[in-house]
Write a protein that binds this ligand. Structure first.
Ligand SMILES: [Zn+2]
Length: 317
C-alpha cells in the first residue's frame, strides 16, 4: 500500500488568502482533518503535517514530507481578484499529470465548479513551488479547491454539505491512487465472504487508456519508478512518463508481453555505480540514483562513496 501525507496549507501566523471573512488556513485545516480521519478509518497509511492552527514554515513543513511518503496532497484555497474562480491542481515539473488530473476531475465532477487548470510551473531552481521543489521523491499535488474571494465559489464551500462532499470525493480518489478499498461514509466495510476457491482475477482488469488505473486494477504499483522498471523490462527505452510511452507500455502489458530482459547484466567489473548504470542504459544522473537508492532502501542518499558502493551492490543483486 502506498503512503500518503496530507498537508493543510498555511497555518498560525500565515493565514494564506481570505474571502468574505474566512481565512484560507481555516478551510485548509478543516478539509484536511476530515480527509485524514476518513482515510485512517478506511485503513490507509496516512499522515498529516499539522492538526492545529500552528505556524509551519517551508523548511520544517517539507522536512516532514520529503522522501518519506509516496504521495502528498497540499490543500489550498485560492484568492485573486474576485472574478477568477474554479478548481486548480498543480504537479511537479518532474511528474506527469495523471494524479493531478484525477484529483481535479473528481472535485469538478462532484462540485460542478469549473475546472480552471491542471499545471506545473518552473522557476529558476527547478520547481517554482517549494512544496514540489523541497519534497524530494514524494509526489506532491497542490490542490486549489476554489477561490475564496469569488462569491460563487465561496458560497459553495460555505455550505458544509458541499464542503464535505468535495472532501469525501478526494478521499475516494486518493483511495484509488493508494490502492485502498473505498467504502462510502457510514457504511461499514463488508467482511470478505469466505467464498471457496474464488478465481484470483474476479476483478476484471481496467480497460481504459490510463496505465495508472490499469496497474492499480491488476494490483501493481502505479508509481513512476515501477512504470520505469516495467518500461525498461518491456523494451521501452528512456521512459519519462509521456503519454505516448504510457500508452505503449499499456499495450505491451495487456498483450501479455513477457519482460524481455533482466538479461542485461551490465558491466560486472566496474566499481562505479554511474558506469554500471550507463552499461545497463539507465539514467545515471544524481536524481535518478537518488530515486533508485530510495527504492532499494538506502535512505538519505547524498551520493557518498559508501552509498554508491551500497547502491551498486543492490542493483547488481
Ligand atoms: Zn494557499
Amino acid at each position: 500500500m502506498s503512503k500518503l501525507i496530507i498537508d493543510p496549507g498555511h497555518g498560525g501566523t500565515d493565514p494564506g488568502t481570505s474571502g468574505f471573512g474566512v481565512q484560507e488556513k481555516e478551510w485548509t485545516l478543516k478539509i484536511s482533518l476530515y480527509q485524514y480521519e476518513r482515510l485512517k478509518e478506511l485503513g490507509a497509511d496516512v499522515a498529516i503535517t499539522r492538526t492545529t492552527d500552528k505556524t509551519l514554515d517551508s523548511g520544517p513543513r517539507t522536512n516532514l514530507i520529503k522522501d518519506k511518503y509516496d504521495y502528498c496532497i497540499s490543500n489550498h484555497f485560492n484568492g485573486f481578484n474576485g472574478e477568477a474562480r474554479g478548481v486548480e491542481t498543480i504537479h511537479s515539473i518532474h511528474a506527469n499529470t495523471a494524479n493531478a488530473t484525477r484529483l481535479a476531475n473528481a472535485i469538478v465532477k462532484v462540485s460542478g465548479l469549473p475546472l480552471r487548470r491542471v499545471f506545473s510551473k518552473e522557476g529558476n531552481r527547478g520547481d517554482h513551488y517549494f512544496m514540489h521543489r523541497l519534497t524530494g521523491s514524494t509526489q506532491t499535488t497542490i490542490i486549489e479547491y476554489g477561490f475564496m474571494d469569488n462569491k460563487e465559489d465561496h458560497d459553495f464551500y460555505k455550505n458544509d454539505d458541499n464542503f464535505y462532499k468535495v472532501a469525501e470525493a478526494v478521499v475516494k480518489e486518493l483511495c484509488a491512487i493508494l490502492g485502498v478499498e473505498y467504502v462510502e461514509k457510514g457504511k461499514s466495510k463488508t467482511k470478505p465472504k469466505p467464498t471457496p476457491s474464488k478465481p484470483s482475477n474476479s476483478n476484471k482488469p481496467y480497460t481504459g487508456n490510463s496505465i495508472v488505473d490499469y496497474l492499480i486494477s491488476i494490483d501493481q504499483s502505479p508509481t513512476f519508478l515501477n512504470r520505469q522498471k516495467l518500461a525498461d523490462q518491456h523494451g521501452i527505452s528512456n521512459y519519462r512518463g509521456t503519454a505516448d510511452q504510457n500508452l505503449a507500455l499499456l499495450k505491451k502489458l495487456r498483450s501479455g508481453s513477457k519482460p524481455k530482459k533482466p538479461a542485461i547484466k551490465g558491466d560486472q567489473k566496474t566499481n562505479s555505480v554511474v558506469d554500471y548504470l550507463k552499461s545497463i542504459k539507465v539514467d545515471s544522473s544524481y536524481n535518478n540514483r537518488k530515486k533508485l537508492a530510495q527504492a532499494n532502501g538506502i535512505s538519505n542518499y547524498k551520493g557518498t562513496a559508501s552509498q554508491n558502493t551500497q547502491l551498486l551492490k543492490k542493483l547488481r543483486g
